[in-house]
Design a protein around this ligand. Structure first.
Ligand SMILES: [Fe+2]
Ligand SMILES: [Fe+2]
Length: 144
């Protein structure tokens, strides 16, 4: 498995959780459970991805701007999670923020899979792509 396969697998977990989350209603066990799962996945993934995918690419001129942009989006995603934590889960406002989060995350994942993957694929060699996946997966497994 290379770094792209590892990241794409976890992106799909996030997409699935987002789809399910916006289908829930009110202050229910299901909504609470899905929100906690999603929060954990998003946070762990952003940390692992910044360490084992973005960071090694930052010294590359071509990738620096993209990596910074991606990290800024991780912060925007964090802020939406914080807003959800502060909002009454039973309110319509909560679902509205959850839908914003879904939209933002889906856009971010697509950006990474289309632009970031393509460009970094020209910078990393096959061995590096495998080594980064090993490190990325080890981080995810240690914290999940
Ligand atoms: Fe990301
Ligand atoms: Fe990602």
């Amino acid at each position: 498995m290379n770094i792209y396969e590892a990241i794409r697998r976890d992106h799909d977990i996030q997409r699935d959780l987002l789809d399910k989350l916006v289908d829930t209603s009110g202050d229910t066990k299901e909504r609470t459970h899905l929100f906690k799962e999603l929060r954990k996945e998003l946070t762990l993934h952003a940390n692992a991805e910044e360490r084992h995918f973005y960071k090694p690419l930052i010294p590359t001129d071509m990738m620096q701007e993209h990596a910074r942009h991606g990290i800024a989006e991780h912060h925007e995603i964090d802020e939406l999670i914080e807003q959800l934590e502060k909002t009454d889960m039973d309110s319509s406002a909560w679902l509205k923020i959850a839908k914003n989060l879904k939209h933002k995350v889906e856009h971010h994942l697509e950006d990474e899979e289309l632009t970031f993957f393509q460009l970094s694929g020209k910078v990393l060699n096959d061995k590096e792509k495998l080594e980064l996946a090993t490190k990325y997966n080890a981080y995810m497994e240690a914290h999940r």
